[in-house]
Design a protein around this ligand. Structure first.
Ligand code: NAP
Length: 258
């Protein structure tokens, strides 16, 4: 049976580990060819090498999404390697967590350069090829922070709210030309970014348990659970889903607290 993404080519940012790596693995499993657009060369090369196979189904492209030239070059490299571009996953992201008045200008800029402008830069580079072919799917990895505010996490939620705005604006703008733009908003997912966050607390194990308890299933999400939804949105199974955001948080966001 043909894979659900057979014949399609994708660029996935930050795919050297975590959620991006899981998406890359799921996409290749479903028949896609993928460009691992990652700034960490060691991780990016390793993931690409493990997925490439004899027909070079995966390539590594060094890409810091905060660098406008690197973003353009990574789209160009995957276009020249695969001859087409059907899917862009804007996954690269960093936690930038401060109290608002303790956020200096460099931290503000770093947060927006990666979490919001990086996604726009990549979309700007990728959209012309999608519009030329008359079809495409852009998937932005948003967050629970796209809807809710946790004190002390500034300005990350400002950028993630913006990413939702970018999703809606581009989705409306290009739908008639065959390009869908959607977001996935995960709750807590067990990746390095989460481990690093727990490690900022005096008792990381207690903080991990606290995160589990916040979610109705009493656990947090796994990267492959986000990847399954990315496959669905990237496939031809979601033709009328556009400018939408799928929340994957085990029900945490609707849980009533008294
Ligand atoms: P992760 O484990 O830290 O992986 C992120 C990957 O992106 C890393 O390989 C990282 O490389 C790379 N990256 C960071 N900045 C980059 C840049 N400027 N250009 C290219 N690559 C870059 O994070 P994750 O948990 O998988 O998160 C992936 C996405 O999901 C992020 O957008 C995050 O905000 C979002 N998210 C995560 C969670 C969660 O609980 N894990 C929840 C909601 C949303 P380096 O090692 O060099 O930094």
């Amino acid at each position: 049976m043909a894979g659900r993404l057979e014949g399609k080519a994708a660029v996935i940012t930050g795919a050297g580990r975590g959620i991006g790596e899981a998406i890359a693995r799921a996409f290749v499993r479903e028949g896609a060819r993928v460009a691992i657009a990652e700034r960490d060369e060691t991780n990016g090369q390793a993931v690409a090498a493990s997925l490439a196979g004899e027909d070079r189904r995966a390539i590594f492209v060094r890409c810091d999404v905060a660098d406008p030239e690197a973003a353009k070059a990574s789209v160009a490299a995957s276009l020249s390697q695969f001859g087409r571009l059907d899917i862009l996953v804007n996954n690269a992201g960093v936690n930038v967590f401060h109290a608002p008045l303790e956020t200096d200008a460099d931290e503000w800029r770093r947060c927006f350069a990666i979490n919001l402008e990086g996604a726009w830069r990549m979309a700007k580079a990728a959209l012309p090829a999608m519009l030329a072919s008359g079809s495409g799917s852009v998937i932005n990895i948003a967050s629970a922070h796209s809807f809710s505010i946790i004190p002390g996490c500034f300005p990350y939620p400002v950028a993630k709210h913006g990413l939702l705005g970018l999703t809606r604006a581009l989705g409306v703008e290009y739908a008639a030309q065959g390009v869908r733009v959607n977001a996935i908003a995960p709750g807590y997912v067990e990746t390095q970014i989460a481990l690093d966050y727990w490690n900022t607390f005096p008792d990381p194990a207690a903080e991990r348990q606290r995160a589990y308890d916040l979610h109705p299933p009493k656990r947090i999400g796994r990267p492959d659970e986000v990847a399954m939804t990315a496959v669905f949105l990237a496939s031809d199974e979601a033709p009328f889903i556009n400018a939408a955001c799928i929340v994957i948080d085990g029900g945490r966001s609707v849980l009533y607290h008294d």
